[in-house]
Design a protein around this ligand. Structure first.
Ligand SMILES: C[S@@+](CC[C@H](N)C(=O)[O-])C[C@H]1O[C@@H](n2cnc3c(N)ncnc32)[C@H](O)[C@@H]1O
Length: 249
């Protein structure tokens, strides 16, 4: 069961901000939309400034961290959007659908209010399965995530078909989501970094302690570098993040 961002989101904006390369991919995916609703908008990352955006966010803590010049925000949930059918050119949902209590209903709602297209940034569990952090140190995250991420093909089908675009994570990714530090493993030892990754709040404390102890040891004795060190010189990694673009109608 997902924890609320009123509890886990208090420090969100300290480590989470739009990465410009990923933001560009989102803008491209939105095409020539002039209006958009950003559902699960959080603190306003990835809200395109060049179009009229209405944000939707249920958590007061997240709304509180929105910058003063962010788009207007309505406190609501994806499952009940307070807008008419086709009220926006596009619906946007970034790294949020896995938090929705009733994902099917939320997806139906974002399709209902979009005149032209739906753009979702989410994660493909199968494509991300080999990511060293979860595969080798925190397998409990994968177990938990398998309860909240549907197979990406099912998600695409539920949108009536969708184009799928890989979102490589740059080596110096500026948005501190789970895979952001794939080439900077030391960052995962920082409790502040982990506080901005929701999955660490969802798994047992002992599992975190165990994974951290093993990662600390492997970094200190060189085992991590022997096994994964070639990653440190790569520019980007496909860790399973995907943009889905579905045409409305
Ligand atoms: C990981 S944050 C992503 C925020 C923002 N889109 C971003 O990319 O930084 C997930 C967001 O989804 C919101 N959320 C959780 N349940 C929701 C629901 N049922 N409907 C809409 N948003 C929801 C959370 O409050 C949180 O702000």
């Amino acid at each position: 069961m997902n924890k609320s961002y009123d509890t886990i989101g208090r420090r969100y904006s300290l480590n989470r901000r739009a990465d410009p390369r990923i933001a560009r991919q989102i803008v491209e995916a939105l095409g020539n939309a002039a209006t958009a609703v950003n559902v699960g908008a959080g603190t306003g990352s990835y809200e395109p400034r060049h179009l009229a955006v209405m944000a939707v966010e249920p958590s007061i803590e997240m709304i509180r961290q929105r910058p003063p010049d962010a788009s207007p925000v309505v406190r609501a949930i994806a499952e009940h959007l307070p807008f008419a059918d086709g009220a926006f050119d596009a619906s946007l949902a970034v790294l949020t659908i896995h938090h929705w209590k009733d994902q099917a209903r939320g997806l139906a709602e974002i399709r209902r209010v979009a005149r032209r297209r739906v753009v979702i940034l989410t994660w493909d569990l199968a494509a991300g399965a080999t990511f060293w952090l979860t595969a080798h140190y925190f397998p409990e995250i994968t177990v938990f995530d398998s309860t909240r991420f549907a197979p990406i093909e099912e998600l695409a089908d539920s949108l009536g078909g969708a184009k799928m675009i890989p979102v490589p994570v740059p080596r110096d990714c500026q948005d501190g989501f789970l895979a952001a530090f794939w080439a900077r493993p030391e960052e995962y030892l920082d409790a502040g970094r982990r506080a901005s990754m929701s999955c660490f709040a969802q798994i047992p404390h002992e599992a975190i302690e165990d994974g951290l102890a093993r990662l600390t040891r492997d970094l200190a004795d060189g085992a991590w570098d022997r096994r994964f060190g070639e990653l440190r010189s790569r520019d980007s990694l496909d860790a399973g993040y995907r943009i889905l673009i579905a045409e409305a109608g």
